[in-house]
Design a binder for this molecule. Structure first.
Ligand SMILES: NC(=O)C1=CN([C@@H]2O[C@H](COP(=O)(O)OP(=O)(O)OC[C@H]3O[C@@H](n4cnc5c(N)ncnc54)[C@H](O)[C@@H]3O)[C@@H](O)[C@H]2O)C=CC1
Ligand SMILES: O=P(O)(O)OC[C@H]1O[C@](O)(CO)[C@@H](O)[C@@H]1O
Length: 397
């Protein structure tokens, strides 16, 4: 047995014989969560609406992850298969699964909730054991949100079973995985860095042992640290970059003015995060520094249209632009660099993104002030609202 075989065998011990069902065989599904589950010994079944991807998963049973970093290499993920999330196999798969995870996008959680309700009812009828469902999305409290949605579609028996047996621990996921043009359809390209935190008290039954999954009692601190730093800086790089005619995040960060503005925003959210959650100031400065390096990774081609996608969602009150600004404002800290990001977001254009069209339609029909209020929930007259208006005008030159 080679050393690599031994490592694989050791890795496989904790979960061999178990099945993990992962909704969303996209970038994060194949490139991060599904991969860690497989490397930790689970048989991974992906559930997706994309028939081509599901057929390929069933036929090939494996795919390659290309690590796009200085230490470039390829990892093979094996023992995987797929089911259509709207097909007849999905309910039995939910009933049988030892663990369920999702990476479908925050707006799709609502769509998969009725299916999960049917599966949980089937599991209840079969007398199945405890189950955990972890939503791995860029959304604070995504698993709790999914739980509420499932409860809206479930029978009384199913509800009683769910309350007793089904955990929905919240999570924070961090790995940059843009679309990748590989030799094969299932190939995926990822950065080396990855971080996955899951809320310990949210689990039912035994907490699964998954390599690369960290369990914490204070998830909010890690969710906000990630969303209000990485995603804040990333979104602002995308929005300011696009305004300056730059196509990728790495190109945006090559522009000194943009890089400085992105850094200033992450420092403003950082000051608020340090005070709110007690992170060490030095540790947080290093965290920001690592993120800047990740944004400039020359091996990753990440389009500003992907990173800036769904601007209506990203301008929401608890999201990556307004969320940290509110947090900083409540602590009496400066917010202008964060609000510059919100102002830049209002200019976002993308032919493939319905929310980009929706945003421009709102601006044209309702005007700037009303659009800002509708998206951010900041009333006219709030100083932060006025600051976004001011910076929007400034960015037009
Ligand atoms: N790509 C990234 O770098 C990161 C993404 N995230 C989050 O992960 C989530 C997924 O993002 P990506 O993987 O980038 O998106 P993606 O678009 O690559 O993957 C989403 C997958 O969900 C599938 N899907 C859509 N509707 C479905 C349904 N009804 N049932 C089952 N599957 C369905 C799509 O066909 C697609 O394969 C999002 O919440 C995103 O914010 C978080 C961290 C990093
Ligand atoms: O996936 P969302 O929420 O649309 O935002 C894109 C962001 O998510 C990531 O894909 C990963 O956290 C980042 O690359 C980017 O900041």
């Amino acid at each position: 047995m080679t050393q690599a075989d031994q490592t694989q065998t050791q890795r496989s011990q904790p979960n061999s014989g178990k099945m993990a069902l992962h909704f969303g065989a996209g970038n994060i599904g194949r490139g991060f969560i599904g991969a860690l589950l497989s490397q930790s010994g689970y048989r991974v079944v992906f559930a997706d609406i994309n028939e081509q991807v599901i057929t390929a998963l069933r036929e090939q049973g494996e795919y390659d992850i290309h690590i796009l970093d200085q230490n470039a290499r390829t990892e093979r993920i094996s023992g995987v298969s797929g089911v259509l999330s709207n097909g007849p196999e999905i309910v039995p798969a939910i009933a049988e699964a030892d663990l369920i995870t999702t990476a479908v996008g925050p707006n799709v959680l609502r769509i998969i909730a009725p299916t999960l309700a049917r599966g949980i009812e089937a599991r209840a009828a079969a007398g199945g054991g405890p189950l955990n469902i972890v939503a791995c999305e860029n959304k604070v409290g995504a698993s709790s949100f999914l739980r509420d949605e499932v409860l809206g579609h479930i029978s009384e028996e199913g509800r009683a079973y769910l309350e007793q047996n089904v955990g929905f621990p919240n999570a924070s996921v961090d790995r940059i995985v843009p679309p990748f043009e590989g030799e094969h359809l299932l190939d995926v390209g990822v950065e080396e860095f990855h971080e996955w935190y899951v809320e310990g008290p949210g689990f039912r039954g035994e907490i699964p042992q998954i390599e690369g999954m960290k369990v914490t009692d204070d998830l909010m601190a890690y969710v906000q640290r990630k969303l209000y730093t990485l995603n804040t800086g990333h979104a602002i790089a995308a929005y300011l970059g696009q305004l300056r005619g730059l196509d990728t995040v790495a190109a945006a960060m090559q522009d000194e003015q943009t890089a400085q503005e992105v850094r200033a925003a992450m420092q403003q959210s950082g000051a608020a995060l340090v005070q709110t959650h007690g992170f060490g100031a030095q540790e947080h400065a290093e965290y920001i520094g690592r993120i800047e390096q990740r944004f400039t990774n020359p091996y990753i081609h990440d389009e500003v249209t992907r990173v800036g996608r769904e601007p209506v969602r990203k301008l929401g009150p608890k999201e990556r632009l307004i969320g940290p600004a509110q947090m900083a404002k409540e602590l009496g800290l400066p917010v202008d660099a964060l609000l510059r990001g919100a102002a830049a977001a209002l200019y976002f254009r993308s032919a493939e993104d319905p929310q980009a069209q929706e945003l421009q339609t709102m601006l044209a029909q309702d005007g700037l002030a009303a659009t800002i209020t509708a998206l951010t929930e900041l009333p006219e007259g709030d100083p932060m609202h006025a600051e976004i208006v001011r910076q929007y005008a400034e960015l037009s030159h």
